[in-house]
Design a protein. Structure first.
Length: 173
């Protein structure tokens, strides 16, 4: 019924897909994500370890170990300092959905629907929950291991990706 005068003809329209398959970025591989993570760790260590040394953390930790004390409140006090340092180092990159390591490897954090991930979303739903869980003795380490192993799922997403509703894409694809 292609008669333009017939009011009972079904509507005709060209349906355009919501996104072009060629525009969809490829998910980052587990190895790319590992490389970016290792770069972030090295950068953080280069900056943070001298601050901890100058602050006397290592001396006090060795003294506690000599007394047989394996854990102390001071360790909890250094956690927010490390969190603030990480944010300071990555602030401009987080605005683009990256960390320094992800930027060097050309990866980007986006929402699972492909929309850009805002800095506040990345910090509050992706980074902060991991930092808080890591403070819980034993459970933090177990969560970290399970989170890391989840990268080998078919969508290469970790638990912190699931919590934050994000994915990591390869910008070069």
């Amino acid at each position: 019924m292609n008669d333009p005068i017939n009011p009972y003809a079904p509507p005709q329209s060209n349906i355009v897909p919501a996104s072009n398959p060629e525009d969809v970025k490829r998910l980052a591989s587990p190895w790319q994500r590992l490389g970016a993570s290792l770069l972030d760790i090295v950068i953080m260590m280069v900056v943070f370890l001298p601050i901890m040394w100058l602050g006397g953390y290592f001396t006090r930790t060795m003294e506690r170990a000599a007394r047989g004390v394996s854990w102390d409140v001071e360790q909890l006090l250094w956690a927010p300092v490390g969190f603030i340092m990480m944010l300071a180092l990555n602030w401009s990159h987080l605005g683009r959905g990256q960390t320094i390591g992800k930027g060097l490897v050309n990866l980007r954090i986006v929402r699972k629907n492909g929309a850009p991930a805002e800095r506040s979303h990345i910090i509050l739903k992706r980074i902060l929950p991991l930092q808080l869980i890591a403070l819980v003795p034993y459970l933090g380490k177990l969560f970290s291991i399970v989170d890391s192993l989840c990268i080998f799922r078919s969508q290469h997403n970790t638990l912190h990706d699931d919590i934050a509703d994000t994915k990591v894409i390869d910008e070069n694809s």
